[in-house]
Design a protein around this ligand. Structure first.
Ligand code: FAD
Length: 524
């Protein structure tokens, strides 16, 4: 067993029972991962610290580069609505809750009478300007609230507006919701998405067209019919993207990102055998199509307890002889999971064993609140994720080094909107690396970066595609992660709020790598 795996395996308290053939390299790599699932947080961070350590000269260069990016992005005249929205509006304020409730339901309400009652119920009495919102969305919402809000001071309700008919009010509220949706959803159909991608100039300064990864909006399928619909949508998307980007190869062409939970109604570990039987052929079908067009297909990272299922499916794809010459298979890895470094070792080992190359998108992880809540509900011995943001930052840096060291078999892709993280990766990487951002986020950061380092600073854009009525789960994740005070996007949207660069290892050491004191172990 390689030394790194041996030491990671030592962290776990209980040696998990191994399924499958315990003698194989794959089984050993899986075991190393399993032992980290709920491992002691301080021990995990201590183990990662050497790999995330930076010299004084590196820290100084990161500080200078990140500071420059932050100053530039804060000077850009039009910061993105998504960034402004998520920092200005506290989600647990009456305005934030009203907005989320409306966003959840309004676009799905089919009839006018129910929509009117919903709007009245949610908007009455909310003063959007007092909640800190500005711009066209606030104007639309303020209009709605002024019309229906008996609790607003009468001065806030201009008399002429009070006489406006319900259809106009409905229109105003729907427009506001569409405005939010439009900022996060790239297009409603893949055809519209491709047309939009074609007409978007990309990075005008460096003549570099933007690269995309299209994602079919929607979350876990609840029924077999849902799963079938998503399968057809992904199939159609791969065909359309493949036709549009023929001949460019998986690194340069647009790609498609897939959520496995959308392809099966019981995508859960307890249904492992059924999932393997029913989902493997569907995924192989999609992969064969992507291979035929030579574009990349990336498996998104979802909740922690789905990870091993996705690895089993990945293994089936790696074992499929007809896909052997395809270099476009990819997986997202969440650094906030304690298993992340062992997962990277596992992926490198599988790629080498199968003489294949895998694309790996390194993210921090978007389901933090849900993971904490679930572990507490189950009374587990530990959390699968870190409880301090800085520990995730340590892990991201250590995982980035691991990924870069495995470039013989893994193609690293760094997905982040954090200027410090971008500067760290630029410091660690030699040669060109791919950055990724979400549509509607991080625009200013990457515009600033491309003005500094040219075409190499142009990221791939992860572009959700689908009807806005299916936006909510995705929107919630974006609002939760960016509404958090620790989020970089949240801090960067307020001039002066971003403090000096604190190298993650040193910042974690200030608290002796201890878990968050206000997040007791789940069993407690
Ligand atoms: P930062 O502000 O530096 O980091 C915020 C992140 O820190 C949070 O999202 C969380 O992961 C972590 N964090 C916050 N608080 C704590 C805490 N108390 N303890 C421990 N960790 C904490 N996410 C997925 O899960 N799966 C995907 O497939 C996926 N694909 C993505 C694709 C792209 C192109 C991008 C840009 C992001 C993707 N994400 C995905 C989202 C990603 O995981 C992050 O949520 C998001 O990018 C924010 O991280 P950051 O580096 O930009 O910002």
């Amino acid at each position: 067993m390689p030394e790194s795996q041996a030491s990671f395996a030592a962290v776990g308290a209980d040696p998990a029972a191994l399924g499958g053939d315990a003698d194989t390299e794959r089984a050993r790599a899986l075991l190393a991962m399993r032992r980290l699932w709920h491992a002691d947080e301080s021990a995990c961070v201590a183990l990662l610290a050497p790999a995330a350590e930076l010299s004084a000269a590196q820290r100084a260069r990161i500080e200078v580069r990140a500071r420059d990016l932050i100053e530039q992005l804060q000077r850009l005249p039009e910061r993105h609505l998504a960034e402004i929205l998520t920092h200005q509006l506290a989600l647990d304020s009456p305005a934030g809750l009203a907005l989320l409730s409306l966003a959840e339901a309004l676009l799905r309400v089919p009839d006018a009478a129910t929509a009117d009652r919903l709007i009245r119920d949610k908007l009455a009495g909310v003063d959007w300007r007092a909640a800190g919102l500005g711009g066209p969305m606030a104007a639309a919402l303020q209009l709605g609230s002024a019309l229906v809000g008996p609790r607003l001071p009468s001065g806030a309700r201009p008399a002429p507006l009070r006489r406006l008919p319900a259809p106009l009010l409905r229109w105003g509220a729907r427009q506001a919701m569409r405005l939010i949706g439009g900022r996060f959803v790239f297009a409603e159909t893949i055809e519209a998405a491709l047309a939009r991608a074609r007409s978007t100039p990309g990075d005008a300064d460096h003549g570099q067209p933007s690269r995309y990864s299209f994602d079919m909006l929607g979350e876990a399928a609840l029924t077999a019919a849902d799963a079938e619909r998503y399968l057809r949508a992904y199939e159609h998307a791969i065909q359309a993207v493949g036709e549009a980007y023929r001949g460019l190869g998986p690194v340069s062409a647009a790609s498609v990102s897939v959520k496995l939970s959308a392809l099966h109604p019981r995508y859960e570990y307890a249904q492992r055998e059924r999932v393997a039987r029913e989902l493997t052929p569907r995924l192989c079908e999609l992969a064969a199509l992507a291979r035929r067009y030579d574009i990349a297909l990336t498996i998104d990272a979802e909740e922690c307890d789905r990870l091993e299922l996705s690895l089993e499916l990945l293994e089936s794809l790696l074992a499929e002889p007809s896909l052997a010459d395809w270099r476009g298979l990819g997986l997202a890895v969440q650094a906030y999971q304690k298993r992340a470094p062992a997962l990277i070792d596992y992926l490198a080992q599988r790629a080498r064993a199968r003489s294949r190359r895998l694309m790996v998108r390194l993210v921090k992880g978007a389901y933090w609140d849900a993971e904490i809540k679930l572990a507490q509900l189950l009374g587990l011995s530990g959390y699968p994720v870190y409880t301090r943001k800085v520990h995730t930052d340590v892990a991201y840096l250590a995982c980035a080094r691991r990924l870069l060291a495995a470039r013989d078999s893994l193609e690293p892709q760094f997905a982040t909107h954090n200027a410090f993280t971008v500067a760290e990766i630029l410091e660690l990487a030699t040669g060109e690396v791919e950055f990724q951002r979400l549509h509607g986020m991080g625009d200013a950061l990457y515009r600033a970066l491309s003005s500094r380092i040219g075409a190499a600073g142009v990221p791939r854009i992860y572009a959700p595609v689908g009807p806005r009525t299916t936006l909510l789960p995705y929107l919630m994740r974006r609002l939760l992660e960016n509404g958090a005070a620790s989020s970089f996007v949240h801090r960067a949207s307020r001039p002066g709020a971003v403090s000096a660069y604190a190298a993650p290892v040193a910042a974690a050491a200030r608290n002796a790598n201890a878990p968050h004191p206000r997040i007791p172990l789940p069993r407690d």
